[in-house]
Design a protein around this ligand. Sequence first.
Ligand SMILES: NC(=O)c1ccc[n+]([C@@H]2O[C@H](COP(=O)([O-])OP(=O)(O)OC[C@H]3O[C@@H](n4cnc5c(N)ncnc54)[C@H](O)[C@@H]3O)[C@@H](O)[C@H]2O)c1
Length: 361
Amino acid sequence: MSQTCVIGLPTETKDRERRVALTPSAVASVVDRGHRVLVQAGAGEGAGFADNDYKEAGAELVAGPDDVWAAEVVVKVKEPQPAEYGYFRPDLTLFTYLHLAAEPELTRALVESGIHAYAYETLTERGLLPLLAPMSEIAGRAAAIIGAEKLSAAQGGSGTLMGGAAGVPPAKTLVIGMGVAGTMAARGLRGVDAHVTGVDVDLQRLYDHHLDGTIDATQVSETAAVAAHVRDADLVVGAALVPGARAPVVVTEEMIATMRPGSVVVDLAIDQGGCIATARPTSLSDPTYVEHGVVHYCVTNVPGQFPRTASAALSAAVAPRLLRLVADPTDPALEGALNVADGAVVHPVVASTFPDLPSRA
Ligand SMILES: NC(=O)c1ccc[n+]([C@@H]2O[C@H](COP(=O)([O-])OP(=O)(O)OC[C@H]3O[C@@H](n4cnc5c(N)ncnc54)[C@H](O)[C@@H]3O)[C@@H](O)[C@H]2O)c1
């Protein structure tokens, strides 16, 4: 890429999405390196950053999406929405969350356009996912709050209070996938004195979390054992991930049908297709539905409702990698991020999800 790169920062268009990918102070550090940053007017407003803050940071304000998508590199938060597919072109680099395993139409549009699309969620560093982790941390914390709220009778739940009362046991909660999101959900649930069982395929992870007191009990991810826990649970939080792949379905529909009416599931893994069989994507405008008497909350952009914290956390992780991307797209620090390039899927796990699309994995 050129020494001086033109970087575009659009306003997010997903339902009630209020985050922005770069804060004004991150923009200042990008401008300091000699790049031009085009900020769509109002892009930071939902997160509390005024257009003037970006101007003072050295950005150029542009009026609408046409101008900002004309940049060489577009950096954003959520996967492009259908109205944005028309902006894809071969000489454009896109750096954002993509979650392609759950987005066949987007994947096809990216492939057909010839664009270079780098996904935050598959960038891998020392076995970790540093661009997914900040939002998983926030979504996990939020899941505990949302789960507790949805269990109230006023919200259609069974009327169970997380911490119970003297002589009444606490709510039983089950967290599927004890990675970043699952750990933060468990911490939140323990914080309100719920009983928390952590489920994972990674026994070392379960051992560590049990030992450090994040969870009350552990359960290896085996169907029959998980079924017994689901039947008894007031709240199930889904947070299992195999990077790049469709989420493993750990909780079946038959298991959900055994839950008490008014129990709740919060499936964070819905952005990768969901790890609960009855989960289907919902929006911040219309976040829940009831199936088999169980309240389902399956919002794909949970951190979007905490835009101030989430934008600052995302920007801190994205800005240094954006600088590496514009300096050298083949930088090993970007390992795993490139999903689609030059008309083909190039990430091996994503490619195996879409065997009908051209691949160079
Ligand atoms: N809905 C949202 O708004 C939102 C926001 C942020 C993150 N997420 C999603 O939350 C999910 C979890 O993200 P993370 O950062 O915590 O991932 P992570 O990699 O840190 O943790 C995933 C965990 O799942 C475990 N796992 C894998 N297969 C399993 C199985 N069959 N049974 C049980 N556990 C299994 C892994 O061992 C790991 O511990 C991802 O899909 C992520 O995209 C959603």
